[in-house]
Design a protein around this ligand. Structure first.
Ligand code: SF4
Length: 434
């Protein structure tokens, strides 16, 4: 047996969502606690983790490509494939279609160090907890509090690859938040595969509102931002409990997918456009500055021109602050992929372009309202090219700030202008030192 434990170098390449991002960081921290050295993905390493994604065909294709590229460039290293693309292939009992020396499923991620060290024939190492304790140099950190989804939206592969609901116990989430705060992080973003289900599997009768209220008490933490939410969560009781939370950011990503009732039903989404609008109104009544953002799919099987126009009109009526638009991409193994009434690629693209155009106009409208306003910004990084500090308002407006400032400061800023670029809008303003 090889007795050498360190120095061994590990690098990680991450694709996909914020949950994957959190898990990559948690895996790297585990390696670090076991004495490994963390290096960048483009540096020489003994082990490369590729945390894959399969949410769209493009993501799966990219995952395969990156596995192959890293294996080709590093023939002596161990390439470890993990993440949702891996789980999907395991479930379908298909080969990965990408080069790797070790496969680690989502459920095995908390044991990744032991699995890798066993594969390298290193002495056995005791298990370690799977969490992020440090925000590194970051002002804002993700805190994963939930995994799994049981909604089975007809287009989505995630419930098959992420498994049942698993929520992080409240005390453990608090403990992680405290560690992040002690490491300098002032904002946490609560993430999960289906965050709205938080607590359903825990023995205590608690939900997301309880978690938010508990996190309010974490010293040094100034902001709590929420990841993607489902409309069903936003009832009067939820709003009544969180409306006075001082640290909760008025930024709600409410997953819409379609504004057409017929399409929502075919997607197996569990709300109507009317119910969605009621949730939006509840949020706006309680949080007048709320930025409500969303995801929309265009060209779902069976979506007619009329259905699409309904969806477009609804998105306009809600007046979202920002949209993420996805042309429908069939995922093998889901109900929607088997439908015969698939939409032509060119029609999907054309509908996507129109939806993106509307999204840009709505974003412009949202930003324009901030010209001349005073806001609070948490500074995150310095941009030397423009000589500005970049940060965000509580409702996630990106702001470029002029003035003598440092990183990680919550400061008052007077907005002068709002600009639009191909990557979205940003505001420009001055640190108001009064
Ligand atoms: S709620 Fe629907 S879209 Fe979201 S992960 Fe679950 S099945 Fe997929």
């Amino acid at each position: 047996m090889n007795e050498q434990r360190v120095p061994y170098r590990v690098a990680c390449y991450t694709l996909g969502c914020k949950v994957n991002g959190y898990e990559s960081q948690a895996m790297l921290e585990q390696f670090e606690r076991a004495g490994w050295t963390i290096v960048e993905a483009d540096q020489a390493a003994d082990v490369y983790l590729v945390n894959t994604c399969t949410v769209t065909q493009i993501a799966a294709h990219k995952s395969r490509q990156i596995l192959n590229r890293i294996a080709r460039l590093n023939p002596d290293a161990l390439v470890v494939a993990c993440g949702c693309y891996v789980d999907q292939k395991e479930r379908q009992q298909e080969p990965l279609g990408g080069a790797c020396g070790l496969i680690v499923t989502n459920r095995e991620k908390p044991h990744i160090v032991q699995l890798v060290e066993a594969r390298l024939d290193l002495p056995a190492d005791e298990g370690r907890d799977f969490y992020i304790s440090s925000s590194g140099a970051h002002t804002r950190a993700f805190l994963k509090v939930q995994d799994g989804c049981r909604q089975f939206c007809s287009y989505c592969i995630i419930p098959y690859v992420r498994g049942p609901l698993v929520s992080k116990p409240l005390e453990q989430a608090m403990q992680e938040a405290r560690m992040l705060s002690e490491s300098g992080c002032r904002e946490i973003v609560l993430t999960g595969i289906h965050l709205s289900s938080y607590g359903r599997d825990l023995p205590e009768d608690i939900g997301l509102a309880d978690l938010i209220l508990a996190l309010e008490a974490v010293e040094g933490l100034d902001r709590i931002r929420l990841g993607s939410l489902e409309v069903g969560l936003i009832d009067d009781a939820f709003i009544a409990r969180v409306r006075d939370c001082r640290k909760l950011c008025p930024h709600f990503h409410l997953s819409l997918q379609s504004g057409c009732e017929k399409t929502l039903k075919a997607m197996n989404r569990r709300y109507t456009p009317d119910q969605f609008m009621e949730a939006v109104q509840r949020i706006r009544a309680a949080f007048p500055d709320a930025a409500i953002t969303t995801d929309v799919i265009t060209g779902f099987p069976g979506e007619t021109d009329k259905d699409f126009e309904e969806s477009l009109q609804f998105v306009h009526d809600v007046s979202f602050a920002d949209l993420h638009v996805f042309p429908y991409s069939p995922r093998e193994g889901t109900a929607a992929a088997q439908r015969k009434d698939q939409i032509d690629k060119s029609v999907k693209q054309e509908r996507s372009s129109r939806m993106i155009e509307l999204g840009a106009a709505l974003q412009r409208q949202f930003g324009a309202a901030y010209s001349g306003k005073d806001v609070e910004v948490l500074t995150e990084e310095y941009d030397p090219e423009q000589d500005v500090w970049v940060g965000y308002t509580p409702n996630y407006l990106r702001v470029h700030v002029h003035g003598m400032i440092q990183r990680n400061q919550l400061i008052p800023v007077h907005i002068e202008n709002v600009h639009q670029t191909n990557n979205g809008i940003y505001a420009e303003g001055f640190y108001d030192e009064r």
